[in-house]
Each structure stands twice: as C-alpha cells, then as structure tokens.
Design a protein. Structure first.
Length: 58
C-alpha cells in the first residue's frame, strides 16, 4: 500500500531535520480551566449595554 503525501512529508522532516512531528499529538490541545455561565444580572446588564453606543444622541 502506498503512503500518503502527509506521511511522506513527516518522514522527510524526521529524516532531514530530526524533528518528530507526531510527538506533538500527545499534548493537550484544549483548555482545562473551569467555564462558568453568566448570572441573570450579568446577562441583563449585557443586553442593556450591548447596542447602547449605536443609539447615542449627540
């Protein structure tokens, strides 16, 4: 079976530069911090001020 172009490129980089690109796959690529939702007051405040700059009376 033939090899894909991507695998050929990876093998070429490993052979010439000595860098193994496949090792980067082991790293965690997503954020691990805890996400919290906005409170009701934060949502209301956001909606109140969302388009406020557009309708300024100058």
């Amino acid at each position: 079976m033939s090899q894909s172009r991507a695998k050929k490129k990876r093998m070429h980089i490993k052979r010439t530069v000595g860098k193994d690109v496949e090792k980067n796959r082991q790293s965690i690529s997503f954020s691990t911090h805890e996400r919290i939702t906005k409170t009701k007051n934060e949502k209301l405040d956001h909606d109140f001020t969302k388009h406020k700059k557009q309708y300024k009376d100058d």
